[in-house]
Design a protein around this ligand. Structure first.
Ligand code: ATP
Ligand code: MG
Length: 440
């Protein structure tokens, strides 16, 4: 229309770019190599212990989390993303953690009917918290669960498995293990009265959260991070001193198995967990390198959760690793992960382009990454891109090389002369020490 009238097209109004939701992060390509290294290591270690992958939805009925995590917990009281389904009106929630969904799935599909199950899951979780370093509104977890095992052998197995993962990732010396037993429901009931009495004696010291929880969930007060309450919390009666014989034996069994495996631990009598259905074993792996957000993984036993969600009594134990905190820890330890290609192929001219693409396929056939320059430009500007790609070698194909079916191989990361090799030898020229080459 505007072109027929001869006037320029009307300028579009400038729109402000949209931004991600606060506390929800992008993982950009430069960062994701380390994520993948962590994911690969976790997957490999979990499968070494016979844990298999399971995937559940990111959205569940709100009631699942209210029943599964407990009404008087931080997560349910103030951190959930809850909304009504527009059509059905059903209240739904973005999962704040994975255990409740996994147990729901296990009940729904009778997963533990014939035999117990070792499973793991990876993915995003959502909690409406104040964003800060190591604390986000969308964050990621590895979640590992042993369903149908009474322990304590399986409790120890999971801790030993985590210790292997830390070694694998090279962060073992920066993380310590704290364990505790929070007993069974009866033991907690007996302890509860003493705990309430202790907190009531110090009522003036309690913050608002603690006062509200005093009668609903006094155990959770032990988990408070309010500095002015710490001394008073340290003097609170300890549940671990009141364990009955079975819980005591369970705890001693765990401690013995950890010692047998050579795993160092400290017993922290104030360690409790954010979910109501935990019992007996609770544990956390903590680092001092990340400030207040120092817990990189936490877990424990939840023998009552299946029943609370309408299933048959099924003992179970599990843990979650906070992926973002692990990434921070890895970065702090100077860990890097390579995802640069072996070769970046620069080329000029039609015949050279054809040879460049076939060289790249040959390299990929041998299992190595190769990037073919796209978008034209001078050799000089293509070489800049080759360097920026992180590739170990630039492969240069001009008209002369195309005619002679050769390629110039130029090391980019180590000293060495550029040299011309026959096109069919390009892989060997870049990987002189590879086992394939040694075998021939
Ligand atoms: P915290 O005491 O730090 O709030 P939590 O007890 O709420 O942790 P869990 O529910 O046990 O955490 O989750 C297991 C792990 O997931 C934590 O140890 C942590 O590494 C990670 N995590 C929990 N909440 C967040 C969050 N908002 N952002 C990033 N990581 C998180
Ligand atoms: Mg929390």
């Amino acid at each position: 229309m505007s072109s027929s009238s001869g006037s320029p097209p009307a300028a579009r109004p400038k729109v402000a770019p949209l931004q991600a939701v606060r506390g929800m992060n992008d993982v950009l390509p430069d960062e994701s190599a380390l994520w993948q290294r962590l994911e690969d290591a976790a997957r490999a270690v979990f499968s070494l212990y016979g844990y298999r992958n399971l995937r559940v939805p990111m959205v569940e009925p709100t009631a699942l989390f209210v029943r599964g995590i407990g009404e008087h917990t931080d997560v349910v009281e103030k951190e959930m993303y809850t909304f009504d389904d527009r059509l059905s009106g059903e209240s739904l929630t973005l999962r704040p953690e994975a255990t409740a969904g996994i147990v729901r799935a296990a009940i729904e599909h009778s997963l533990c009917y014939e035999r117990p199950q070792r499973v793991w899951l990876a993915g995003p979780m959502f909690r409406h918290e104040r964003p800060q370093k190591g604390r986000y509104r969308q964050f990621h977890q590895f979640d590992v669960e042993a369903l149908g095992f009474a322990g304590p052998d399986v409790d120890a197995e999971q801790i030993v498995m985590l210790a292997r993962l830390w070694r694998e990732l090279g962060v073992a010396d920066g993380i310590r293990l704290a364990i505790n037993s929070i007993g069974d429901a009866d033991e907690r009931r007996a302890h509860r009265a003493d705990l309430i009495a202790h907190f009531e004696r110090h009522h003036d010291l309690l913050d608002e959260d603690a006062r509200r929880r005093l009668h609903a969930n006094p155990l959770r007060i032990l988990d408070s991070k309010t500095p002015s309450m710490q001394a008073m919390i340290a003097e609170a009666p300890r549940l671990i001193d009141r364990l009955g014989p079975e819980s005591r034996a369970h705890f001693d069994g765990l401690a013995g198995a950890l010692s047998d495996a050579g795993i160092a631990f400290e017993v922290d009598p104030r360690l409790v967990r954010g979910l109501d259905y935990y019992n007996r074993t609770v544990f956390e792996w903590i680092t001092d390198r990340l400030g207040a957000q120092g817990t990189v993984a936490g877990g424990g036993r939840y023998d009552g959760l299946f029943e609370a969600l309408g299933g048959k009594p099924t003992p179970a134990c599990g843990f979650a690793i906070g992926v973002e905190r692990m990434i921070l820890l890895l970065q702090g330890a100077g860990a890097t992960a390579a995802d640069a290609p072996l070769a970046y192929v620069v080329h000029s001219g039609d015949a050279a382009g054809t040879l460049a693409r076939s060289l790249a396929e040959q390299i990929r056939d041998a299992g190595h990454a190769a990037v073919v320059h796209a978008g034209g430009g001078s050799f000089k500007s293509q070489m800049k891109k080759a360097d920026a790609s992180g590739a170990r070698y630039a492969l240069i194909v001009g008209e002369d090389e195309a005619a002679a079916r050769t390629v110039s191989v130029k090391p980019l990361r180590e000293p060495g002369e550029q040299r011309a090799v026959p096109a069919r030898d390009v892989v060997d020229a870049m990987t002189p020490d590879s086992p394939m080459r040694a075998a021939t």
